[in-house]
Design a binder for this molecule. Structure first.
Ligand SMILES: Cc1cc2nc3c(=O)[nH]c(=O)nc-3n(C[C@H](O)[C@H](O)[C@H](O)COP(=O)(O)OP(=O)(O)OC[C@H]3O[C@@H](n4cnc5c(N)ncnc54)[C@H](O)[C@@H]3O)c2cc1C
Length: 407
C-alpha cells in the first residue's frame, strides 16, 4: 500500500493539525509534574472530549446520523496521529466511543441509538463494559450473572470485575445469562445497565500504578425494563463479539494507539551519555525498536484491510502481544540503563506508570496465551484446544467438568 497521504488526506491532516494547534492550550494536563490533581481529572477530560466531539474529532468513524463524520479508518488514524503529535490527550471514553457505541449502532433499537449515542460521544455520559467476572474472563461465555424475566422486565443478580471507569460511568453494557438450559454461548443476553439503578454497587480496585481505574460491580436483584435489551434475547454472544471485535481493533493498532512509540524509549535514554555509549544498551534498544516498527507496519496492513471493508484477522492479536512485550522490555532496558532515576515520578516520561501498568495490559483485551491459541489455530492451522463444553447445557457443565477431572 502507499503509505503517503492522498491530497485529500493531507488536506484533512492540515485541518486537524490547525484545530489542535489553536485549542491545545485548553487540553487537560494528565501527565508529568504539572498534571491535574486526581479529583479534577475526570471533569477536565470530559470537557476536552466535548470539545473534540464538537470539532468532529471524536467518533469520526460513526455514521453522520449518530453524530460521527462517517469517515473510514484512515481519517481516524490521522486524528490519533495528530493528537499524539500535539501531545494532548485523546477522548476520555475510549471504551464507550470505540467499542460500546459501535455495538449499539450495530445491534441497538432506534430508541436506544437516539437516546444514548449523542451524550456518549460528547462525554456527557461515560460508559463501561461489564463483561468479565471473577470466574469468567478468557472463558467469557462462562459468565454466571443471571437475568430472570418477570412482567415487562428483568431482574439481574451477580458480580462483574475489572470494570474500567465504572466509578464515573452513567451506563454500562452488561452481558448476563438468561437461559442456563442451553449451551453456554446460546443463553446470553446483552442489556444497558444504568449505573445508578437500585442494587448496583461499585467498589474500586487500586492497582500497583497507584490509580484505581477499574472496579468490582455487584448486582443485587437489579430491575431492568424490557427496552434495555440490546439486540435479541439469547443473542448476547453475537452482540458481545461485535464489542470484542471493536476492542481488538482499538487495542490492535498497537504501539501507535497505545502511545508506546520507539522514540519515547530512545529519548529516555538519550540524555545519559554512559548508556548511549554502551553497546548492549544500543543493541537492546535496536531490537525493541524493530519490534515496535514491525507492529506499526502490521497495523498499516490492518488499516488497509479495514479500508477495503474487510474484517481484520489475527494481526490485531499479534500486534497486541508484540506491543506489550516490546514495551515491557523497553521499560526494563530504561530501568537497567538509568537505574532508579528511570522511575522518578517528577519526570514527564511516565516510565514509572508504564512499568507498573504494562503487566496488566498482558491480560486486558485477551491474554497472551489466548491470543497465541487463536493465532496457532487460525493462522498456523494447529489442532484446536480440546473442549468439554460443546453442545452441553450450561447448567450441566460443572457436573461434566467434575466427571472429566475424576477420570
Ligand atoms: C487493565 C485492564 C482493564 C480491563 N477492563 C475491563 C473492562 O472494562 N471490562 C471487562 O469486562 N473486563 C475488563 N478487563 C478484564 C479482561 O478482559 C480479563 O482480564 C481478561 O479477559 C482475562 O481474564 P481473567 O483476568 O479472568 O484471566 P483468566 O481467564 O482467569 O486467565 C488466567 C490465566 O490463565 C490463562 N488461560 C486461561 N484460559 C486458558 C486457555 N484456554 N489456554 C491457555 N491459557 C489459559 C490466561 O492466559 C491467564 O494467564 C480488564 C483487564 C485489565 C487488565
Amino acid at each position: 500500500m502507499d503509505l503517503n497521504d492522498t491530497p485529500e488526506q493531507a488536506a484533512y491532516r492540515e485541518q486537524v493539525r490547525a484545530w489542535l494547534e489553536e485549542h491545545k492550550s485548553e487540553a487537560p494536563v494528565l501527565e508529568g509534574p504539572d498534571a491535574l490533581p486526581e479529583d479534577q481529572v475526570v471533569d477536565a477530560h470530559r470537557a476536552w472530549q466535548r470539545k473534540l466531539a464538537e470539532a468532529g474529532l471524536a467518533g469520526a468513524t460513526w455514521p453522520k446520523e449518530y453524530g460521527g463524520q462517517g469517515f473510514g479508518p484512515i481519517e481516524q488514524v490521522i486524528i490519533s496521529q495528530e493528537i499524539a503529535r500535539a501531545r494532548v490527550p485523546g477522548i476520555l471514553d475510549v471504551i464507550g466511543v470505540g467499542m460500546l457505541g459501535p455495538t449499539i449502532i450495530a445491534h441497538g433499537s432506534e430508541d436506544q441509538k437516539s437516546r444514548y449515542l449523542g451524550p456518549m460521544l460528547h462525554g456527557d455520559e461515560v460508559w463501561c463494559q461489564l463483561f468479565s467476572e471473577p470466574a469468567a474472563g478468557s472463558d467469557l461465555a462462562g459468565i454466571q450473572t443471571r437475568a430472570k424475566q418477570e412482567d415487562g422486565g428483568w431482574r439481574l443478580t451477580g458480580q462483574k470485575v475489572w470494570t474500567t471507569n465504572a466509578q464515573f460511568s452513567a451506563y454500562g453494557l452488561i452481558l448476563a445469562r438468561t437461559d442456563a438450559d442451553v449451551p453456554k454461548h446460546k443463553g446470553l443476553t446483552m442489556f444497558v445497565l444504568p449505573m445508578d439503578a437500585e442494587g448496583v454497587t461499585v467498589r474500586g480496585l487500586r492497582q500497583i500504578t497507584g490509580d484505581a481505574e477499574f472496579n468490582e460491580v455487584f448486582l443485587d436483584d437489579v430491575k431492568l425494563d424490557d427496552d434495555m435489551v440490546v439486540g435479541q434475547v439469547g443473542n448476547g454472544w453475537g452482540t458481545a463479539l461485535t464489542t470484542l471485535m471493536f476492542e481488538r481493533v482499538t487495542i490492535g493498532f498497537g504501539s501507535e494507539g497505545l502511545g508506546y512509540r520507539p522514540q519515547r524509549f530512545a529519548e529516555a535514554i538519550a540524555g545519559d551519555e554512559a548508556a548511549v555509549r554502551d553497546g548492549d544498551v544500543r543493541q537492546r534498544l535496536g531490537h525493541i525498536t524493530t519490534e515496535l516498527l514491525a507492529v506499526r507496519f502490521t497495523s498499516y496492513r490492518m488499516l488497509s484491510a479495514l479500508q477495503q471493508g474487510q474484517i481484520p484477522g489475527p494481526e490485531a492479536g499479534l500486534s497486541k502481544i508484540t506491543t506489550v512485550n516490546a514495551s515491557i522490555a523497553a521499560c526494563d532496558l530504561v530501568a537497567d540503563a538509568l537505574g532508579p532515576d528511570a522511575l522518578r515520578e517528577d519526570t514527564d516520561s511516565q516510565l514509572s506508570y508504564h512499568t507498573s501498568f504494562l503487566p496488566g495490559l498482558k491480560s486486558a483485551g485477551g491474554t497472551e496465551e489466548i491470543l497465541r491459541n487463536t493465532i496457532g489455530e487460525r493462522v498456523l492451522g494447529l489442532p484446536p484446544e480440546p473442549r468439554l463444553d460443546k453442545g452441553i447445557p450450561f447448567s450441566e457443565l460443572r457436573a461434566k467438568e467434575k466427571e472429566a477431572a475424576a477420570r
